[in-house]
Design a protein around this ligand. Sequence first.
Ligand code: TK8
Length: 338
Amino acid sequence: KFSKLTMVGALAGLMAAGVATQALAQDFKPRIVRFGYGLVEDSNQGRAARFFAQEVEKASGGKMKVRAIGNASLGSDTQMQQALIGGAQEMMVGSTATLVGLAPEMAVWDTPFLFSNVKEADAVLDGPVGEKIKATLEPKGMVGLVYWENGFRNLTNNKRPIAKLEDLQDVKLRVMQNNVFLDSFKALGANAVPLPFSELFTALETKAVDGQENPYNTVLSSKFYEVQKYLTVSNHVYSPWIVTVSKKWWDGLSAAEKKVLQDAAIKSRDFERKDTREEAAKALADIKTKGMQVNELPAAEANRMRDKLTSVNAGIAKTVGQGTWDAVQGAVKQARDA
Ligand code: TK8
């Protein structure tokens, strides 16, 4: 009953499996990948980091083990960037905003009101201009894999609901460590204070600052509702996160290992954006339940803010170069018209 054909088939199968195992053994070295991030483990950032870790482990046959380490335990965004450049840490995810000191073109993502929805953000970030800006990290010692969604940023503070532009006047507002954010909030009349994210909760708790701005997801996961009274829906800018690899370490990987990381990064991006959007869609209700007072910035006031903020655009264009500025504006328009 055992036909010759079955025998041949079984043999071929065995041989193929053997060859695959051999290729795997040669192409994958046992590796520990320290993947740092700033938010708590129970956050959209933490969930996606763990997803990435599982994908890499699966695809490398258990050879590459990703240790996802949150809470800025490996350092703030800028400290981790330095560790990647020096080769002391393999991977991280953090804000593009904190990379501007190293790769000035990243500043273009901080342009206030650049994207009006996530469809535009995805198209531009994943498109040719997003890739080109990502590639500016390589000469600086980092390889950018994918952009994740941090999200549209909203204001929280302890002084008052921001119902009009003037309400920002004497608000001591923590901003990311980057000139675009500093200049933007100064232009709006706030007292802008740059601080690393890892110091933010304590700064709010001790009243060293009155407020901050971040997506709903972060207000929830970082429990800012415990130390902030008012949330104002302003959606003043879309923030990307970016997954980066130490170039020093990357250059020593086999092609198969690089492919595993790249493929897992893309899967993690799709997982992360979906998860973040689902969480954001119900976050406002959760934030209200936690006791924060929520108000929408009236459209007329949002427009006044927008007008004030156009003054920072020229500075951003100068930082990123007119060519990059124009390319991004063109890509946004194309996405908007699509
Ligand atoms: C987390 C930060 C955070 C960012 C900030 O490491 O600093 O406010 O929004 O997500 O990158």
